[in-house]
Ligand binder design. Structure first.
Ligand SMILES: Cc1cc2nc3c(=O)[nH]c(=O)nc-3n(C[C@H](O)[C@H](O)[C@H](O)COP(=O)(O)O)c2cc1C
Length: 337
């Protein structure tokens, strides 16, 4: 299969995709989410200037290991020529596709014309995308929002058509305006409207928090796939839960206590191996709180974990809690006899 057929085949599976998230969607988290059902992943956005200068961070962000596929590399910038040039650099890492970020609302990015800044001038977004498409041999996709805000008639529908015309192979719509940032409800209906005017896959994104949201988003919009961001940080099992519901029509059991502890340990070990102990433990913390949510004694365990710096101490706390749970269960069983 050529890369275009490969991408089309991926979208034909009604994929549940891990969203690009800065400082979150790194190689470790991509592997972990794939292991619990994510069909494919998009890297955190990579600055084109960093990439073109050969900066170490940018180079690390575009590295794709043999077991880290399918992965799409996302780039961002405000200059079409630099974006096109950087896309050729990203292409050397052999990702599944190159995605252009046209959705980041953060003032220091959008205010400088990158990310959602492109939505202020849809015509220039389209000609930029055309330049990128023409420079690379891999499929090019775009992730954007419904509009900049506060338009009453969102540009996304016309944009979808025009991006398809210049050769963009898929479009992800975060169903908020740039001005909304992460607040207010995502309006999936704009993804439906965009999907209805194009034949390329459209992915619906924003506020997909459980398997049933994924099913509703696909049923209500007719879109090709869904993308999950924030919910995955605390509950990566959403991928397995959504896939089970979408593929088999049944609800999947929530993760067990043991599975939750195992995932904490796995994530910690992988981050420590990737980044060293101090940094590895620190970056895993934001996930552990969510992984342990709702379990008896989790609040105390979380409080202890956030002040723990070493891998060994984290493992001890987690294993201790597993043991306490097993002992409590044995006592319950004995009491019931
Ligand atoms: C911490 C964080 C970092 C993000 N970084 C990126 C990014 O690098 N590129 C991008 O396109 N979107 C980024 N986003 C936006 C998400 O990809 C997604 O569009 C948004 O969170 C809405 O989806 P959700 O409701 O499932 O979280 C980021 C979001 C968060 C919370």
């Amino acid at each position: 299969m050529n890369p275009f057929e490969t991408l089309r085949a991926l979208y034909a599976t009604r994929p549940v995709i891990l969203a690009p998230m800065e400082d979150v969607t790194d190689v470790v988290f991509r592997r972990l989410c794939r292991s619990v059902g994510a069909h494919f992943c998009v890297t955190e956005f990579v600055n084109v200037e960093g990439l073109l200068r050969g900066c170490r961070t940018a180079k690390r962000k575009v590295q794709i290991a043999a077991d880290d596929t399918p992965t799409v590399i996302q780039i961002y910038g405000s200059d079409p020529l630099r974006l096109a040039e950087a896309a050729t650099v990203a292409e050397r890492a052999a990702p599944t596709a190159i995605d252009i970020n046209c959705g980041c609302w953060v003032p220091k990015i959008a205010g400088r014309g990158a990310g959602a800044g492109w939505l202020r001038n849809p015509a220039s977004m389209v000609s930029m995308a055309k330049m990128v498409v023409e420079r690379v041999a891999l499929p090019v996709t775009v992730k954007t929002r419904i509009g900049y805000g506060p338009e009453s008639d969102m540009p996304i529908v016309d944009l979808a058509r025009r991006l398809e015309d210049v050769g963009v192979q898929a479009l992800t719509v975060h169903c908020r305006t740039a001005q909304m940032g992460h607040s207010g409800a995502a309006d999936w209906d704009w993804a439906r409207k965009a999907h209805e005017v194009v034949s390329i896959p459209v992915v619906v994104n924003g506020d997909i928090k459980c398997a049933d949201d994924a099913r509703r988003a696909l049923d209500d919009t007719g879109c090709a796939g869904v993308m999950v961001g924030r919910r995955a940080i605390e509950h990566p099992w959403i991928f397995r839960e959504a896939r089970t519901l979408l593929d088999d029509g049944v609800e999947c059991a929530p993760p067990t206590w043991d599975e939750r502890i195992d995932l904490c340990l796995e994530h910690l070990a992988a981050n420590v191996a990737e980044r060293g102990e101090r940094h590895g433990v620190a970056v895993t913390r934001r996930h552990l709180t969510g992984y342990l949510k709702g379990l008896p004694g989790a609040a105390v365990l979380r409080q202890r974990l956030v002040v723990t710096d070493t891998m060994a101490a984290c493992v001890e706390l987690l294993e201790e809690s597993r043991l306490r749970r097993a002992t409590a269960r044995t006592h319950d069983l004995e009491a019931a006899l």
